[in-house]
Design a protein around this ligand. Structure first.
Ligand SMILES: [Zn+2]
Length: 131
């Protein structure tokens, strides 16, 4: 799948819904290509109590359920279909799924085509000193 196809798929999954005053979802959409060559999609979930998670982590969780930890490429869009970069939580989440994800590419511009790697977004990931 090309980046343009990934972008079209991400936009097709947008489905902004305010279900009630406690729950909304579908305002952000992500498509993720796993190292296994499969594609995973996800949308954001926002709960009034502060829980919920981003579209990227939703897609990555589905990928993990499918037995894959490594990401090749990610495209993420907001409710208007514009490209988004990953938040800090998603950067850490993807890094901790697999250290190989530092090479995962995020589409940051369609015209001209420009990508940045997770390693560029997260030069100093969280660490504890434990091995
Ligand atoms: Zn995020």
């Amino acid at each position: 799948m090309t980046y343009a196809e990934m972008l079209a798929l991400a936009r097709s999954k947008l489905n902004p819904q305010v279900y009630d005053k406690y729950f909304s979802a579908g305002f952000v959409s992500a498509v993720l290509e796993g190292a296994n060559g499969k594609y995973y999609t996800g949308v954001n979930l926002d709960l009034a109590c502060g829980l919920g998670f981003c579209a990227e982590r939703n897609a990555a969780s589905t990928m993990l359920t499918d037995g894959e930890r490594t990401v090749r490429r990610i495209v993420c869009v907001d409710e208007k279909g514009a490209l988004m970069t990953p938040c800090g939580s998603c950067r850490e989440f993807l890094f901790q799924l697999s250290r190989e994800n530092v090479r995962a590419e995020f589409l940051v511009s369609e015209h001209p085509l420009r990508v940045r790697t997770l390693g560029e977004f997260l030069p100093d990931p969280w660490q504890t000193g434990r091995e």
